[in-house]
Design a protein around this ligand. Structure first.
Ligand code: FAS
Ligand code: PHB
Length: 394
């Protein structure tokens, strides 16, 4: 089998890259180790940056998002019972974010892929990447008990943090940067109306809370929990009672509780690998970087990488621009590191750390007063939250 770009992974990175390349007449094959149902069963991100919304529209997969997604012009912070609005659109000259779950984005991309007729092979095993430093790399894999091989021009490693692509780069080439956070987030999804029209990021002495949503009838809540907690220890009743403890009465009284559709604990990690390419293989999304969800950047940084890679590959195939190929890693990393910083900043702002020194706790308090108490501080938060602009690929 031959193709132009072999894409490993049919998560949002792989599917969006495949769609954009297909629209540009560039042949792709997507290899995915799970089933479509398994991929759709993962409950993850909920907030789309301005740039993500625009790119999904450019890819031609935004009809349902534009019909069902909720445009949000602000978010709220909550400290010591005080609610602090962050008027995103007012502070960013009209930009906003879209509430539309990653599951729905993935579903829309899967349907578009199927309609395009471009091949996606689910249930692959033993994927291996070969000759990445040559101008004819290849991918071998097992499927239905048969050994298969794809020869291609390029490989896009869209296979997430535990994928094979990053592992295919010689360790001596890679520089890894990592910070593991000393707590997790317990998330719950329920078919209950959101407690508040806007998202609420709440600091509380018992632990951080995030009140998010998927629609006007489906809510997503998160509680900071110790890393030693197991989701089995958290009944729905315990979750709702703890959430009420951490919210002010005015919100707790409005909270509609219900059966959890999904409940899970995610550990928090900040991670970046450099470079994000090796020969003719490009790392995309979680294969190259991870952020704590506090800044709502994970999915959006994956889309950021896709934005740069597809434009570079389109220039290569349409205009013979080989010079841009070597620019992918730096272009992607320039924006990834700003997303890492914002996610790190938001996590430090909103969570208490036993390990912080008395001085560092004073610095944290000063940050909270400055960033949430000044227009300049709120503007900084707003422009990062809606998404920083993309550099032009030229
Ligand atoms: P993905 O991990 O989504 O997709 C990679 C795909 O590659 C998977 O389908 C996998 O099965 C496949 N794959 C792996 N190895 C393979 C192999 N060897 N061969 C073939 N296929 C292979 N982000 C936010 O913005 N907000 C959130 O609230 C948020 N919550 C999260 C909660 C959890 C528990 C996790 C794990 C992540 C969360 N994220 C969140 C981040 C998440 O949304 C990712 O950023 C996003 O899924 C990245 O998309 P991909 O890069 O496509 O990686
Ligand atoms: C979510 O709705 O899952 C969500 C929203 C904002 C975040 C993290 C997660 O910062």
């Amino acid at each position: 089998m031959n193709t132009q770009v072999a894409i490993i992974g049919a998560g949002p990175s792989g599917l969006l890259l495949g769609q954009l390349l297909h629209n540009a007449g560039i042949k792709t094959v997507i290899l995915e180790r799970q089933t479509p149902e398994y991929v759709l069963g993962r409950i993850r991100a909920g907030i789309l940056e301005n740039g993500t919304v625009e790119l999904l529209r450019e890819a031609g997969v935004s009809r349902r998002m534009d019909a069902e997604g909720l445009i949000h012009h602000g978010v709220e912070f909550l400290f010591s019972g005080q609610r602090i609005p962050v008027p995103l659109s007012e502070l960013t000259h009209g930009k906003s974010v879209m509430v539309y779950g990653q599951t729905e984005v993935t579903r829309d991309l899967m349907e578009a892929r199927q309609s395009s007729g471009a091949p996606t092979i689910y249930g692959v095993e033993q994927v291996q990447l070969h000759s990445l430093k040559s101008d004819k790399p290849s991918v071998t894999f097992m499927h239905n008990g048969e050994q298969c091989k794809i020869e291609c021009d390029f490989v896009a490693g869209c296979d997430g943090f535990h994928g094979v692509s990053r592992q295919s780069i010689p360790r001596e080439i890679l520089r890894e940067y990592e910070s593991v956070w000393p707590f997790g987030w317990l998330g719950l999804l329920s078919d209950t109306p959101p407690v508040n029209p806007e998202l609420i990021y709440a600091h509380h002495e018992r632990g951080f809370v995030l009140c998010s949503q998927r629609s006007l009838t489906r809510s997503r809540y998160y509680l900071q929990v110790p890393l030693t907690d197991k989701v089995e220890q958290w009944t729905d009743e315990r979750f709702w009672n703890e959430l009420k403890c951490r919210l002010p009465d005015e919100l707790g009284q409005k909270l509609v509780t219900g059966h959890s559709l999904e409940k899970s604990i995610a550990p928090l990690r900040s991670y970046v690998v450099e470079p994000m390419q090796y020969g003719r293989m490009f790392l995309v999304g979680d294969a190259a970087h991870i952020v704590p969800p506090t800044g709502a950047k994970g999915l959006n940084l994956a889309v950021s990488d896709v934005n740069y890679l597809w434009r570079i590959l389109r220039q290569y195939y349409h205009n013979g621009r080989t010079d841009l190929l070597s620019q992918y890693s730096q272009l992607a990393l320039n924006r990834v590191w700003k997303g890492e910083r914002f996610s790190w900043f938001m996590t430090h702002l909103l969570h208490d750390f036993q390990s912080k020194s008395a001085f560092d706790k004073k610095m944290q308090e000063a940050d909270r007063q400055y960033y949430l108490g000044s227009r300049a501080g709120l503007t900084t938060i707003a422009e990062n939250y809606v998404g920083l602009p993309y550099e032009t690929v030229e």
